[in-house]
Ligand binder design. Structure first.
Ligand code: ADP
Length: 565
């Protein structure tokens, strides 16, 4: 038994550890999932930013897309003869000239000393022709200068097409090359329209792509590293704070003086992910609590069952002993009488009394066992009929008042007049009364008080049995109706009993559609309250009154009374 007890503890501990381990693992994987969701949402945003920078870069030279495949020999020829480009190239220039990104389009032929001497260069004009002008900005020469330096090192290996693009932060320069003999024809330089770029194009496109309506929870700024200034923002109201920047993306190749800086604010993904994490944790917590509760419940009920089994076997041993003892006494006394050895009147009487009282004890024991059987037999042994509880109580007490008096009990009886009838089995009520009154007497010490009250209220008849005895502690109150349960205190230990009376009472009350409750305070006493639902008015009228005592219970109670006295 002991070995199984410790095994049970080990299993319980293993169960709890398993549950805690499982919970831990689940919380961890939920957290990892939450982090992954965030990470993948951020990765996704980073991809969008990279796509965006590519798109802007493309926007700067998209107007010149066809330039790489023009017939360079014809272009060269045409330019030498007329000072103009072929119509094929002119068409591209026409479109580019209309693009607000570029301020003007200039052409500096290779070998020209235009920028050193400040001699005139070609400018594409509104009548869609190149015209010579000496009025050109510094930025044109800067752009051309950078392009010329860089193309020198590239040209030796260059063999692909007739166009290479360079950039000098404020302009874009396209170098026209003849790939066959690797010679530079000239430089097409377009200074940017800085006003348009900074005040219109960049802020607008940033807001369109990453503005609060498109991407709540994300702020994007564009920094120009040439002067280290923020030149555009996805949300005009967002305040730039460098410590909030979580991610910086460079613009590809020749726009490397621009960077996109990104701050992830309280994004919806984070909120959604947090909400789902919390939801999952709550469900997990509840499931774990349920599981833990079930485990503890199973453990407790196993303990209870074990205790019940122990009490049952104890009960069997006691019953065997209690059945055997009176039988042995009766056997011995009977033998003596049968032998005719006892002649003395006094002794004869004493032997007779012995046999009688032991027989009563035996009968009591058998009655108790029968009551248990009856209360377990469910409805089959119950014969409910309209009954006046007051009458049954009165009749029961009349038959037992001598017994109370001899025990020194003061009986305080209140029975309301005109009590309505209830549909119960009279024998059950007698058994209930006998068990509760028996207990009130058994578990009273100095103050011998027995209060019995029968009243009617709220469509119920209420029977209260009160004593001023030892009372029952709060912890045991919920167990006293359990079969074989006995409170562990000194008076109970001294009192004979098997913990069956109250379980019989509860079973019988419930079989008769009633309910039982108990109020008790240790040292002050206990009150058992039983209620039965009253019969409807028509049922009250049509029923016979059944107050008469049944012979079986009469004789049983008489014997009990005589035995105790
Ligand atoms: P038994 O009296 O045979 O032990 P019961 O089922 O009648 O069994 O009662 C169960 C336990 O409840 C008793 O052992 C006792 O400890 C407690 N008990 C019952 N009635 C009273 C009472 N009126 N006052 C104090 N304790 C009581």
């Amino acid at each position: 038994m002991k070995r199984y007890g410790s095994l049970r503890w080990i299993l319980l501990a293993a169960g709890v550890v398993a549950i805690l381990g499982l919970t831990g693992m689940n919380v961890y994987s939920l957290y990892a999932l939450h982090e992954n969701t965030l990470e993948s949402s951020r990765e996704n945003k980073k991809l969008q930013i990279a796509e965006f920078t590519d798109k802007i870069r493309y926007r700067f030279f998209e107007k010149f897309m066809g330039l790489g495949s023009v017939d360079i020999d014809r272009l060269q020829d045409n330019y030498r003869k007329t000072g103009q480009f072929t119509s094929e190239v002119n068409n591209l220039l026409k479109k580019a000239a209309k693009d607000s990104i570029y301020k003007d389009i200039f052409f500096i032929p290779s070998g020209s000393d235009a920028c050193q001497q400040h001699t005139p260069i070609h400018k594409y004009t509104s009548n869609q022709k190149f015209e010579l002008t000496s009025n050109y900005p510094e930025v044109v020469c800067d752009g051309m200068g950078i392009a010329r330096t860089q193309i020198k090192s590239l040209l030796a290996d260059y063999q692909y097409n007739n166009k290479v693009i360079f950039d000098s932060h404020r302009s874009i320069t396209i170098v026209l090359i003849d790939p066959s003999d690797r010679e530079v024809l000239g430089y097409l330089t377009m200074p940017f329209n800085q006003d348009f770029l900074r005040n219109s194009y960049l802020p607008k496109i940033l807001e369109q792509k990453f503005g609060p309506d498109e991407h709540p929870g994300l702020n994007v700024w564009l920094r120009d590293w040439t002067n280290n200034k923020i030149i555009a923002s996805s949300s005009p109201n967002a305040k730039y704070e460098s410590e909030q920047i979580q991610f910086v993306e460079n613009f590809p190749d020749f726009f490397d003086y621009w960077t996109v800086e990104v701050a992830f604010t309280d994004e919806s993904t984070l909120a959604a992910s947090n909400a789902s994490l919390i939801q999952n944790l709550i469900v997990l917590g509840a499931a774990m609590l349920l599981l833990l509760g079930a485990l503890v419940f199973m453990f407790i009920s196993a303990q209870k069952e074990r205790a019940l089994a122990e009490r049952q076997s104890e009960f069997l041993a006691n019953v065997t002993h209690e059945l055997k003892t009176p039988l042995s006494v009766m056997q011995a006394a009977g033998e003596n009488l049968a032998d005719g050895r006892v002649q003395d009147q006094q002794r004869l009487k004493s032997y007779g009394n012995h046999i009688f009282s032991e027989a009563v004890r035996l009968r009591k024991m058998i009655d108790k066992l029968l009551d248990v059987a009856k209360s377990n037999a469910e409805e089959s042994l119950i014969e409910p009929q309209p009954t006046d509880v007051g009458d049954v109580v009165q009749s029961y007490l009349e038959r037992h008042q001598k017994f109370f008096r001899e025990k020194g009990f003061h009986l305080d009886l209140t029975i309301n007049d005109n009590l309505p009838k209830v549909n119960i089995d009279r024998n059950s009520l007698e058994t209930i009364l006998s068990n509760l009154i028996d207990n009130a007497i058994k578990y009273s010490a100095d103050e011998k008080y027995l209060g019995i009250k029968v009243t009617a209220q709220n469509n119920q008849v209420k029977l209260c049995i009160e004593d001023h005895g030892i009372g029952i502690d709060k912890k045991s109150l919920s167990d006293i109706f359990t079969k074989f349960f006995r409170v562990e205190d000194s008076l109970t230990a001294k009192t004979k009993g098997h913990g069956l009376g109250l379980s019989i009472v509860k079973n019988l009350v419930e079989l008769n559609s009633g309910s039982i409750d108990v109020e008790s305070k240790p040292g002050e006493g206990s009150t058992f309250i039983i209620t039965f639902p009253i019969l409807s008015e028509s049922e009250q009228k049509g029923s016979p009154n059944s107050v008469s005592m049944q012979p079986e219970s009469k004789s049983r109670n008489k014997e009990l009374e005589e035995h105790v006295s």
